[in-house]
Design a protein around this ligand. Structure first.
Ligand SMILES: [Zn+2]
Length: 605
């Protein structure tokens, strides 16, 4: 019998995918939450998936949205000049008379860029890169006391595009607590050339600008299509495949290209569903661009039980096939690193550029702990430099994001790759989580924390390192089981024994899943299992964020001072949380290995 991946790769059609893209770009185009346009796109997707034979629904729920209105910008000193601008969304609008202030250039708007600068009550100018992303630039500028923020676009100097976007920072719908944290700052966007002019002026002398900006803030109803395809063998287990439907401008790259891939995958897998072992859920997120991943966050909140127990991985499909990109790159979680690098090598015949998943691009799953995967080709380092680090193209979020910006052959390769990846995830006997890699990273993180300059309380980190060492040793057992199961499953014909191997594989899968779920919130968030860090939150990239913050504070404080004691208490409690997570992971392995060893003996010795 042919393997699932072979029939899927044979079935997938770029022509069909491209037709979806043409419809979504040319017949729909910009589709913000709460508009007739996104309804039209959602209905198209629903109808398509229904014809393929999936169970389809459109979820409607409230999201906290914002529409841009208008903005103006003028240089008032040392010269007068009008600059074309647009407001970003989810901003504090100015009064009609606008605001005036001194302009300070702050690089790309990360914490490092503010060193030695006092921006309180001033207007900040930053470049547009994804490090940090736009909402995090706004959050930091607001935290630093700036009274407005101006973001110049990326891309070459002659790039005429003004990039649209949101700056809410709070991930998904706010709660009573996070509602109060939304940055209350006007933010406007300008072209690269205008930004470079202002930057040069700022470097030479004191500059004053005047601006006014207006955008709405309101609750709208989402339209989020979901399609379900049930597996034959383990229908309760599933792979979540999705990408954002809400989109700015002409939408080809971001994200009609991804929607087209997802739809064509749905068709191909539906046609061969008799070969599908696990289920697949296809999702088209609303509330991505302005409400900062509100659609995928709502999905996590309301499908918590199933995601916690049964979801093997989330495959995010966004920006596939940008013309001029060639480097296969994947953002993911550590437990999937070697698996993903191998699948990429199989299809792309080259090494993948690996990046740890960050809090961006519908990564709404760090709390619930479903492993995140996002793959797309990127520019070479030389090309990136030439484009002023426009990693997602100079045309992102604008009317210039037309269908000619997609390389059809490259898009076809992305379609094949995603088909291969999802096939494997659906039908692998043992799920491809490598907990040894997680243990290595955890150990590395703790050692980094021990080495923060001036760090006190290292003995309490030392005891965590001992616990990690035990965990690391035990994860080798899990890798051994994987090999034994693989070997047995290929050697055995006897149907009773085959069932026995499957039972052992299920036990191992449950253990891997529990460990991954357990560890995810401490490695990838500060907000923990039930909260969400802000979009692009800088601290998520730090080693064990919940320990990093108190330790860096303590390093600068005088021992015995009141603030020191407060942070020490905080540190101790977070340290205990990390201890529990590692210790629970150890218990999972010990318990599972008793059960697995017993069964291995019963069937095979
Ligand atoms: Zn996108």
């Amino acid at each position: 019998m042919k393997k699932l991946e072979d029939v899927i790769l044979n079935e997938l059609s770029e022509e069909r995918a491209f037709k979806h893209m043409e419809f979504l770009v040319n017949e729909v185009g910009e589709r913000l939450a709460g508009t007739e346009k996104i309804k039209k796109a959602a209905n198209y997707i629903k109808n398509e998936m229904e014809t393929y034979g999936l169970d389809v629904r459109i979820d409607n729920f409230y999201i906290y949205h914002s529409y841009p209105k208008n903005a103006e910008l003028r240089v008032t000193y040392p010269e007068t000049k009008v600059i074309t601008t647009k407001p970003t969304c989810h901003i504090a609008s100015t009064l009609p008379e606008g605001i005036e202030g001194e302009l300070i250039y702050a690089g790309v708007g990360g914490y490092e860029d503010y060193k030695g600068k006092n921006v309180e009550g001033k207007i900040v100018l930053t470049g547009m890169t994804w490090a940090p992303p736009r909402p995090e630039k706004a959050r930091i500028a607001y935290e630093k006391g700036a009274k407005a923020l101006i973001i110049m676009n990326w891309g070459p100097t002659n790039n005429p595009v003004i990039q649209m976007g949101g700056t809410k920072s709070q991930w998904g719908n706010p709660t009573p607590e996070t509602f109060r944290d939304i940055p209350q700052i006007p933010v406007i966007a300008i072209t690269r050339a205008a930004g470079e002019y202002l930057k040069e002026l700022c470097i030479k002398e004191k500059v004053k600008v005047w601006l006014r900006a207006e955008a709405t803030r309101e609750w709208v109803k989402a339209n989020q299509p979901i399609g379900i395809l049930r597996g034959k063998k383990k229908p309760e287990e599933f792979i979540l495949v999705g990408g954002h439907l809400e989109a700015w401008g002409k939408t080809a790259i971001c994200n009609s290209s991804g929607n087209a891939v997802t739809l064509e995958l749905a068709r191909a897998f539906a046609k061969h569903k008799d070969k599908l072992e696990r289920s697949i859920v296809f999702a088209f997120w609303d509330g991505h661009e302005v409400a900062e991943a509100a659609g995928s966050t709502w999905f996590v909140d309301t499908n918590w039980d199933n995601l916690t127990k049964h979801c093997i991985a989330y495959v995010n499909i966004d920006n596939p096939g940008i013309i001029g990109t060639s480097i296969p790159g994947v953002r993911g979680v550590t437990e999937l690193k070697d698996f993903l690098k191998n699948v990429i090598k199989e299809e792309w015949k080259k090494e993948a550029k690996w990046s740890n998943a960050y809090k961006g691009g519908d990564a709404s799953f760090f709390g619930v702990g479903v492993p995140y995967i996002s793959f797309a080709t990127g520019y070479t380092p030389e090309k990136l430099k030439e484009l002023n680090y426009a990693s997602l193209s100079p045309w992102l979020h604008s009317e210039a994001d037309t269908i000619d910006k997609i390389d059809k052959d490259l898009h076809a390769k992305h379609l094949r790759f995603d088909g291969l990846l999802v096939s494997k995830l659906c039908n692998m006997l043992v799920i491809p989580y490598n907990c040894s890699l997680v243990a290595d990273e955890l150990e590395g993180d703790l050692k980094q924390l021990e080495n923060i300059e001036g760090t006190k309380l290292t003995s309490r980190l030392g005891s965590l390192l001992n616990e990690v060492a035990e965990f690391k040793e035990l994860t080798k057992k899990l890798e051994n089981y994987k090999e034994q199961i693989e070997r047995l499953s290929t050697q055995i014909d006897d149907s009773k024994k085959k069932k026995g191997v499957e039972e052992i594989a299920n036990l191992l899968n449950q253990t891997l899943l529990k460990i991954s779920r357990n560890i995810s919130p401490i490695m990838r968030s500060e907000a923990g299992r039930y909260g969400h860090d802000p979009y692009g939150y800088s601290l998520v990239g730090k080693p064990i964020p919940i320990l990093y913050t108190p330790l860096t504070k303590l390093a600068k404080l005088k021992e015995g001072s009141e603030e020191f004691i407060l942070w020490e208490t905080k540190f101790t409690r977070e340290r205990n949380r990390v201890f529990d997570v590692i210790s629970n992971s150890i218990d999972h392995i010990l318990l599972a290995s008793t059960l697995i060893d017993e069964r291995l003996k019963k069937y095979y010795v």
